[in-house]
Design a protein around this ligand. Sequence first.
Ligand code: SF4
Length: 244
Amino acid sequence: MPLDIGGVATALLGHYGEEPWWWPRLLPEIPREDELLLGGVLCQQSRWERVEQVLLRLQAADLVTWPALAAADPVVLTPMLNGAAYPPTRARLLPQLAAAVLDAGGMPAILAAADPRAALLALPQVGPETADTLLAFTGTSVPVVDAYLRRVLGRLGLVDPTSTYADLRAQLAAMDVGLPWDQFHVLLVEHGIHHCLTGRPLCDVDGHPRRDYAEPRKCVAHCPPCRGCPLSDVCPRRGVVAAG
Ligand code: SF4
């Protein structure tokens, strides 16, 4: 297999398969794009399984709609946000995000703007990674540059993981990945969780067990006894223990 991004995508898809239930799934009472933004913001600097528990607590308190969140008391929100990064700060900023979404006419209006990326970036707590995640998962196929992508593609020698977000995004956008970028993002995340771990990648052994997700099908079929990373034959960092 040649070491190009399309070959990487094909190998990862063959190993992990498709997961139509990957995200979003937990909040059927709100529109999909609302759950994407809420989950995307809460997932910043947090593990997804912890964010799921935050979302389920907010759901139980009827605090997942923008009007409810805009009116929420940060003192009430703070304990519910345990598991997300910086709960007191998020509790103060989440109502501001909700109010901004409402002021902008809601997520459909934001995504239908002449420049939806700029409209997303104008929201509090929304940076390039969250904005691109929203775009990628709502039908605009754009690269999502996150820590998993930097680690996996960096170890494979396809990108410089120290590049700026904008430079990496531009480099990736010119590549033919052969898959929608949201699907490739999912595969890179799974690879970063199951095989290409930080520090000690599992190159030639079974993948790391699934984590404890609220969606019971998520990752459940991954890395059944396998012979290791599907990219090990072409990876220059195979077996190398490193922080990068
Ligand atoms: S061979 Fe190892 S370091 Fe390379 S992509 Fe696979 S898991 Fe990561």
